[in-house]
Design a protein around this ligand. Structure first.
Ligand code: SF4
Length: 102
């Protein structure tokens, strides 16, 4: 499936009310490792990655920081893609997830 098709599917799921684990955000190594562990031991489906990753269609403000894909170290600007291996998903600049990193 193309990046565009996967991105559109993710957007549909989120627009249609998929409840994702937006909080707690991954603020420290322990939380990061817990979420990564969940992702590595899940079924790998798009829906599960969105849920466990805590995806939203808008940036999330957390501890004074506006967390959006476009400012995240894992975001590939030209491909509009998240290169974090456990997520590995096409995104939009204004989306967000709880593994956001500057
Ligand atoms: S890790 Fe970064 S680029 Fe990937 S989905 Fe989360 S906020 Fe977006």
């Amino acid at each position: 499936m193309s990046d565009d098709a996967i991105r559109a599917e993710a957007e549909d799921l989120l627009k249609n009310g998929l409840q994702t684990d937006v909080f707690p955000r991954a603020d420290d190594q322990t939380q990061i490792q817990e979420i990564i562990y969940q992702l590595q031991n899940g079924d790998g489906s798009l829906k599960e990655r969105l849920v466990v990753g805590g995806f939203t269609l808008d940036p999330v403000s957390h501890e004074g920081l506006e967390q959006a894909c476009e400012t995240c170290m894992y975001y590939l600007v030209h491909r509009r893609y998240c290169e974090l291996p456990e997520l590995d998903v096409p995104v939009e600049a204004e989306w967000s997830c709880r593994l956001w990193r500057i």
